[in-house]
Design a protein around this ligand. Sequence first.
Ligand code: CA
Length: 652
Amino acid sequence: MDLTEQKVYFDSAEFEQLYHYDGPLGAFCGREGSKFYLWAPTAQAVLLRLYKDGHLGGAYQMEKMASIGQGVWCWETKQDLNGIYYDYQLTVNGINYETADPYAKAAGVNGERSMVIDLASTDPIGWSEDTAPAQSTETIIYETHVKDFSWDPASGVQPRWRGKYLAFCEEKTTLNGKGVAPTCLNYMKSLGVTHVQLMPVYDFGSVNEMAAADEYNWGYDPVNYNVPEGSYSTDPYHGQVRIRELKRAIQSLHKNGFRVIMDVVYNHTYHLESCLFKTVPWYFYRQTADGGASNGSGCGNELATERSMCARYILDSVLYWAEEYHIDGFRFDLMGLMDVALMEQIRSALDARWGKDEKLLYGEPWGGGTSNPRKGTQLGHKGNLHRLPSSVGAFCDVTRDMIKGSTMSAADAGIINGGYIVADIFDCCLRAWAFDNNRFHVETPGQTICYLSCHDDWTLWDKLILTLDEQGKRFIEPCEKVLAANKLGAALIFGCQGRPFILSGEEFGRTKLGLRNSYNATSSLNQLDWSRSVRFSGLVDYYKGLIALRKQLPALCDKSKAAFDRILRAKDLGRNFAGFLLNNQGSDSRWDQILLLYNVSAEPQNFSCPEGTWEVLLDAESSFRWQKPEAVKGSLKLSPVSAMYIGRKKGK
Ligand code: CA
């Protein structure tokens, strides 16, 4: 069978009928013995090899696996092999492949050998009582990277935990340990965000876990989907350590009031020569018509999520992270390459196990190139948002680009740095594109992730410097013009009915010195510069006030389909001024209506306050005006490039 014929066979109903398998896969151990199961329907022979160490020495035992039907190979023993490392040697069409177990739950250094693990032995103290904090009235997502978070020597985290999972367990850290300015976990608590989105923490390949020197990568290059990354652990050589330490980090985040979202990259693997490929050559990958690797990810390969055992693999993996690591939500990288049917399966399986919408799901509704799925497959890209379940969300690039300019061109400006209102500001900056828009069609505002910056592309600060600073390079110091645009941008995002999302450090003018793509740049360029959180404390306070205010505004927190009905008036649009009036009734809010005002021009703007008793909640200077509300009437004046929110006091 040549590659073209094989592609047709893998895509066929016949193959699925013969080989789809729902039983156990992977290695299991206990006092009653150990069992190994591998799905490898195209193999002619499979050899299991056992090792005492995660990378040193040869196999001390080799066993021929038995074929037990449906493409599954099995070997069992009465011994408890907890802590033993293993891999497989397969013969497929006369070619020998040596591979780790794609279903491994633990691994040795660099993930090359898998490990048999008694998972209960990896639980930290109190793990069985660990639960996520209650749902907040609003979801405010904070994206961070394990190494970025605490690598800065000024972070106050003890040196051996810097850049590691365990940094999330240090609760009282301050800048340089001086006891004044909070950093890391301590800082996040003061900020008020509700969800922490961790960039990849599954085992990825681009950082050598044995390297003596500092190595850095974002980690969008999966090797072992169900094993934590080793370089973030204090000991990558012993497979149980990284598991326990990641669990401790999640436990600490939960205890401190955060839900944890995992960034998952089921759309491609680091190399085509992955454990999935070597176990069943080509099956897990989309293929071009001639049988080669389709490259919809732009990373050289893409997973065939529509083939049933690949779908099962991904579904099992999501459920495993939710069950074993208590993960509260998933951010799907290049969701535009995952098929809609699988996203539906994931949604309903999580709902069945944990309750409706208890786990948050969203993704990037695009791919990275031309995809070639099986004919008839619907992929989760923007054009198919309406086909996804209404509780699967998506990043809204339209809003992002409209507010600050395209991520493709440094010079391109948007509303806050271009000084003009666009006609779409109503859809874009208020109602999260919900309901009847054909550019980003979602059913409820809860599906829209509203953001100005994430790990990709220029940081917000850098983008604003590149478009607003005449010299185009003053990245380091606070600059008034840029601060004003940044605050206005944040007020637009936090004035939107979608779910607000911020890149960690956006709130203190995070800079990568104008570098657009820092995925493999140095740790020092990527790290959060904690001293900057003090130098930019005015901007940090502005975000803090926005976050705290936002949680009190039902008009914006409402994620139901009825949220749109709260918009009472949105016609106060000028060339560089916009005003939106919303019904804010609900919970125990002090204000029954709110008016969101945006002045994008370089000139002040006058606005007539409506009848009634109105209070200023936020203006150019402060987002904490609501703490000591002052009544206003008559003509209101908005500073250049600024936002103002006012609220009508209830019962008056
Ligand atoms: Ca790794």
